[in-house]
Ligand binder design. Structure first.
Ligand code: HEC
Length: 364
């Protein structure tokens, strides 16, 4: 049995998920996944605490070739197929990466879950091609996710304010240094995941471009866990991350309160109950689609509004990351917020300035 769920109202999603698990406990479930452009719920199922990212930002929707963002707030997944682990461990069900004797696929009791490689090691997509594999469901879901259209920008905005905000975003605020490029993020899948390529990336040196401040990223390999130096006293934090999409903008936990950070930034579930989460070394730059329906903001949701994100001193590291000293007054912030709320698939994308992309042009 294949169970799909979707909803346009974020509030009932987790309730629905719980109800479904209760209702279907006696019959085999292939999968239980929740998709939608408005899926921006606060949860504690991730290797770091917080908000689920919106699926419309997983792929770009502007002009030109479609780009895939690296997935997850900390850049630990490079294909839709990697969410098999969520299906099994969180949503519940058999999952879609299974094998069975010839003729038995579809009889879930006869299907055997394939063991999943850790994180960015062998791509899960390869497991769909082994002999006796039962489904290509994740390849089909990947195709579906590419079609999820971002919500339309707000239509009630003052065009002059939006235009002033775009200028702040592009020049004086330096936001474009990270949120430029297709899909409003510099984060991009720059390689075709295969076992050989991912293994090579885990041994390939990473050096940030000279234009990046040292604080943005201290990784030294293209694929590796968070460095020990990022979170003194904690040590390196697994799993491996795609280095070039991460930027440390000082948003790990609550920078004004170490106790809040300690209780907030923990892993849950099989990933290590209570262990320290990733993020002190930086986060995977999010897309800026769907901000109209996206509050609260940041991976942990501690910024209740876009104005709070731009005015609360706790997030000054992010505000000034692209332009040290950037200090917009209330009216400039309102313009910037207008522009952010106007962004949708039809907004002309602003290119990432040269020298700011830290990902290899090609690999291998
Ligand atoms: C150095 C890179 C960098 C620069 C420059 C930068 N950002 Fe960000 N931005 C990030 C990262 C990384 C996050 C995610 C941080 C987190 O969740 O803890 C983020 C998060 C956001 C979010 C929240 C998205 C969400 O879904 O919660 C918004 C909105 C945003 N940035 C807008 C801006 C604006 C406006 C500017 C310019 C004033 C800017 N950013 C400058 C890297 C950057």
């Amino acid at each position: 049995m294949t169970v799909w769920m979707s909803s346009l109202d974020p509030a009932p999603l987790l309730e629905c998920r719980g109800a479904m698990e209760a209702d279907f406990t006696n019959i085999p479930i292939r999968r239980a996944l929740v998709f939608g452009s408005m899926e921006r719920t606060t949860s504690s199922i991730c290797p770091q605490s917080g908000q689920t990212t919106s699926t419309d930002g997983s792929f770009s929707h502007g002009a030109g070739p479609q780009k895939q963002r690296i997935f997850n707030w900390t850049g630990i997944l490079d294909e839709v197929h990697d969410f098999e682990a969520n299906t099994r461990g969180v949503s519940g069900g058999k999952g879609a990466i299974t094998t069975a004797p010839p003729g038995s696929c579809g009889t879930l009791a006869a299907e055997t879950q394939q063991s999943l490689p850790a994180g960015l090691a062998r791509p899960v997509r390869e497991l769909e091609s082994v002999p006796n594999a039962c489904t290509h469901d994740f390849t089909e879901m990947d195709a579906f996710m590419r079609t999820i259209r971002p919500p339309r920008g707000l239509r009630t905005l003052d065009p002059a304010s939006v235009a002033r905000g775009a200028t702040l975003f592009d020049s004086s605020g330096g936001c474009v240094k990270c949120h430029g490029g297709s899909g409003w993020t510099a984060s991009r899948l720059f390689y075709s995941p295969t076992s050989a390529t991912n293994t090579a990336l885990a041994a390939a040196p990473f050096s940030p471009p000279p234009s990046w401040p040292a604080s943005w990223n201290n990784h030294t390999l293209q694929i590796e866990p968070q460095k020990a130096a990022s979170d003194p006293g904690v040590g390196a934090v697994a799993p491996a991350q795609v280095a070039c999409v991460l930027r440390n903008v000082g948003t790990f936990g609550d920078p004004s309160n170490a106790n809040v950070t300690t209780v907030l930034e923990i892993k849950t579930g099989a990933a290590g109950p209570g262990a320290r989460a990733q993020g002190a070394g930086g986060f995977n730059i999010p897309s800026l689609y769907g901000l109209q329906v996206g509050a609260p903001f940041l991976h942990h949701g501690l910024a209740p509004s876009l104005d709070a994100l731009l005015s609360d001193p706790r997030w000054a590291g992010h505000l000034t990351a692209g332009a040290p000293g950037f200090a917009p007054d209330a009216s400039a912030r309102a313009d910037l917020v207008s522009f952010l709320l106007s962004i949708d698939a039809t907004t002309p994308e602003l290119p990432l300035p040269s020298g700011l992309d830290g990902c290899p042009t090609t690999f291998p």
